[in-house]
Design a protein around this ligand. Structure first.
Ligand code: URA
Length: 210
């Protein structure tokens, strides 16, 4: 099983803030950032370190620095996890991957991919809502095409359909999440979930129709 659901009191607390439909944009963003901090601790448990001697005020000792880490934010909701990742790993390199649905054909269309060098790095893909798994599987394809071999997905909530798709398409990819929810509804939202992560992060829920 490649899915790790982080069962930590802080994760449960922040997840509940995210799930609550009364939570406003500002508190939602803060909870997403704080929850991501907890997920990062789990997701980076196996990231290699390089031995680096260090001089303390008392003498020499062996220290460690983090080897290469790349974060790839899947647009746009993955941006809600990015600050926490950059904050905890200041040397992290950052890529972006964007997919959108063609209004006429309903087919997913890639509109932006920009990845740093990934072949030697531990790659963290930030995709908060693992619903059908289509965009995460696509983002992993992109990272693998660029040479990535060590990939972990950071999710806030997963649905069984998305997890099954990832096992099928990318059984080597680890998934670290705060919750494994029950199901997808007819419009592919996760239930109970937390609604549309991008809308709740960026305040686009109540916008007039385009
Ligand atoms: N994307 C979201 O933002 N929410 C869901 O429930 C599913 C996909």
């Amino acid at each position: 099983m490649n899915l790790t659901v982080v069962d930590h009191p802080l994760a449960r607390h922040y997840l509940t803030t995210l799930r609550n439909s009364e939570t406003g944009n500002d508190a939602f963003r803060a909870a997403a950032r704080r929850l991501t901090n907890v997920l990062v601790m789990e997701a980076t448990k196996e990231v290699p370190t390089v031995i680096a001697p260090v001089t303390t005020p008392m003498g020499e000792t062996e220290g460690h620095t983090l080897a290469d880490v790349v974060a790839v934010a899947v647009l746009r909701a993955g941006l809600g996890m990015l600050d926490a990742v950059v904050d905890s790993m200041p040397n992290v390199k950052v890529g972006f991957a964007g997919l959108q649905r063609d209004e006429e054909t309903a087919e997913p269309v890639e509109y932006y991919v920009n990845l740093p060098q990934v072949d030697e790095a531990s790659v963290l893909i930030l995709e908060p809502m693992l619903a059908t798994g289509g965009s995460l599987s696509w983002a992993v394809d992109k990272a693998k095409e660029a040479g990535a071999t060590d990939i972990t997905a950071l999710c806030v909530v997963t649905a069984p359909e998305g997890v099954a798709r990832m096992y099928r398409d990318h059984p080597d990819v680890r998934i670290v999440a705060a919750a494994a929810d029950k199901e997808l509804n007819d419009t592919f939202y996760i239930v109970p979930g937390l609604g549309d992560m991008g809308d709740r992060l960026f305040g686009t829920i109540d916008r007039p129709p385009l």
